[in-house]
Every structure is written in C-alpha cells, then in structure tokens.
Ligand binder design. Sequence first.
Ligand code: IMP
Length: 475
Amino acid sequence: MIIDNYDPVLIVESIVLRSLLFMLEWILAAFSGINFTSQLEQIMPLDIVVGTQWGDEGKGRYVDLLSAQADFVARYNGGDNAGHTVTVGQQTFKLHLIPSGIVHPHTVGVIGNGVAINPYVLMDEINSLVQSGVDISPDRLKLSYGAHLITPAHLALDEAQESARGKSKIGTTLRGIGPAYTSKVSRQGIRLLDMLDEDLFIAKINKHVAEVNLLLTKIYEIEPLKPGPFEDDFLRFASLLKPHIYDVSSLLSGALKNDQRVLAEGAQGTLLDLDHGTYPFVTSSTPTAGGALVGLGLGMGYEDRIIGVTKSFQTRVGSGPFPTEISGDVALHLRGTGEQPWDEFGTTTGRPRRVGWLDLVLLRYAVRINGINELAITKLDVLSGLERLLICTSYQKDGTEYEVLPLGPGELMEYKPIYQEFQGWQEEITSIREWGHLPEQAIKYVQSIENLSGIRIRLISVGPERNQLIDRDLS
Ligand code: IMP
C-alpha cells in the first residue's frame, strides 16, 4: 500500500479553502471593527517530540537540537524509567528526569503533572548538574505542583509485584513506576503540592508506607519497610524543592500566548503507552502526544510540529510481543557489542535490547495515535554494511492480510509479518550531511518509509554526534 501524502488536488483545495477563510475574516473585520485571528495567522509555538516505537528511539538528540530554539523544554510523562545522555563541555551525564534542554543557558526546564518524580533521583541530578556549573535555580527548573512522588515503598512494591508475576513478568525497570501511577489513579498518591505543609506531608508518607506494608507482608509475604529512615530524607527534599514548585499549566499557557516556544518532551514510546501500547506490556503513563497536553495542563490548538522519532530499525527492552524481532548476526550488527554508549543496551538498566526490522504497520499506527506530522529517523548509519534490509509492510493472520491492526497492538504475536526487501548499502555514511550525497539505496530506504507511512522525513541522524545529522530542509 502506498499512501501519497502530497496529493496535488488536496494541496490546491487546501490553499483555496484557506484563502476563502482569510477573505471572510478580512470582510468581517472590515465591517465589525473586530480583529478575528485565523489559524492561518496564529503562531502555534508548541512542538511535541514523541517516540513511535517501544522507547529508546533516540528522541534525546532531537530534543537537544530543538531545545536550542525553545524557551521552555517540558517533560510530560513517565519517571526515571527513562534515560538520556547529555554532554556539557567535557562532561557526560545520564539524566532520567530533568529535561536535557536545561543545559542551554536560555532554556527553562519544566517537569509536568504527568511525570512521577523519585526525589532521590531528582536531587542527584540537580546536584551533579550544579557541580558542573549548570544553573539549576528555581527560575530555571520548574516542577508542577501536580506531579506525583515515587517513594521507596513504591520501589519495594514494584520489585515484589514483578517477582510474583513469575514467567509473565513485564520486565519493568524496577523504578516504582507502576505502583506510583497506581497510587495516583486510586487517589492515594502524594503530590509535590503536599510538600508545602510539612506535617501533612509526613502524615501522608506514613499512611502510605503503612498501606504498602500491608500489601508487602500480607500479599507478597516479604519484610515491611520502616518509615523512619526516609522520613528525614523527604523533609529535606521538601525544603530544597519547595522553591521550584509551580503552576506549570499557567506558566506554559502564558508563554504560548506570548508566542514563546515550548518543546514538549515525551519519555518512552507509543507502543508502551498505557492505553495505546502493547498492553499489558506497557508502562503506566501516557507517552503519546495527547499526554503532552494532559501532562502539562495545556489546552488544544497550540501544536505546531508533532515529531515522531523512529529508529531506522526497531528495538524493545523488557517482555512483550515484537513480531519483527530477529536474532543471529544481523541482530548483533544492529545491537552492537555494548562497548559504545550508543549500542543497544538500556540507559537505565543496562539490559541488552531486543532488535528487529522496522515495522510499518506499527509506524502507521503511531502516526495515527499521535497525529504525527513529521518523522525523524535515527541511526541510519547502523544499517551500513548489511547486505539486505527488510521492512514489515503488513501482517498475515489466518490467511487474511492486514495493513491496519483490527484490534490494536495488544495481541501482536498472533500476526506474521509480511516483508518488503531492500538492497543494503556498504558505504560508511557518518560524514554525510547532504541528503543527495547518501547512497542511492539509503535514499530508497528512507523514501519507502515516507511512502509507506504517508509522512515526510525531515531529519536523519547518521552518527551519535550532534552534527551527524541531515536536515533535508537545509541540504
Ligand atoms: P516500567 O515503566 O518500569 O513500569 O516498565 C514497563 C515496561 O516499559 C518495561 O518493558 C520496560 O522495559 C519498558 N520501559 C520503561 N521505560 C522505558 C524506556 O525509557 N525505554 C524503553 N523501555 C522502557
């Protein structure tokens, strides 16, 4: 199936319609004296970066690129289960919570209400950035009062639940994510707002530990936690974090109205989304683009670029279906040995990632669920040297071919991938910066992804360094 995104009839229709709207507004304004502003004239300064796969697509490098032009970079979901590597001068950090854009001196880092914060991790990140000279004053890092806390009790529960799942374990990052979002949804969570009243805060922590202890001892039959040791820690965190606690919704909405640029950074990916991923092998938050609005408290209508980041192949860490998964020499080629930081081993857990061919059924699904209007590819260079490349274009099940999953991606393993084969290229492409200079086969591969997804690919990374990038609008 080829989807043509550049249908000339549609383009002409759209121009005519927009011109008519413009004229109508002009006439209304002339007669009424009121200045109507159309979508056409409005600046829409919110960009959203989402992962189209199971996380680890390499979103960080595009967030880094776009945050250079942003006034605010805001994380909207997940917790320290995510991880990206940031370089400041000669130093390299693995950040899990603080948006990497904060290393740009002009950018304000924001953590939204959709994020779950482990304060131990947050304080470590703040301290290591401060030590290397990055300003993390309350003016530069704003935390939503509505963000929920991850406590040591959530970590203990995550571990207990995973081991109780036995063979059907999810393979969580053991960062307390599921239990913290469970507390949130069951309306028993502890929010940053609670830190503003110390007595109430400690009372809530103690109640929470007592409740989790009941589960640990009665259901999972393991030792309970003692609140004492972390009560003091949490009081200290409260006093340090208080000045950062903010109404993020109001801050960002005000900024957007003033045409300041906001970059919303999603963690994980579409197929790990609690509602739209490969349930139950998902995370417990909303990595998809809608999660940016809910997780930052923004209304609709500000979105400009919704950038879906996709690796040029596919990876997954943890359990769950992965129809295009491969093993053997090609898998080793794609994964790397683990010696290089960009090899396919988890940033947070160090686990080797499962690898496979790019799956266009799932990519089209991600385009639909997120409303993606631009794709960005990572790691095209990793495909160099492979004899042939495969792209899954549809699935087969019980003799029927499917280009669209009839009931979402939950029961994926019942489907057999149907592949289109491409000739590979042998050339190194890491020093190429111009689209037209890529080997013919690489161009064909990228163009096929565009044709099969219906979305233009503007950015292509050809190596781990910041400048190892092809921007097709510039080349
Ligand atoms: P949790 O988010 O720790 O509960 O883990 C649930 C599932 O999401 C597991 O399969 C994890 O491996 C996966 N996961 C969570 N965060 C990431 C991430 O940042 N990248 C890739 N996989 C992730």
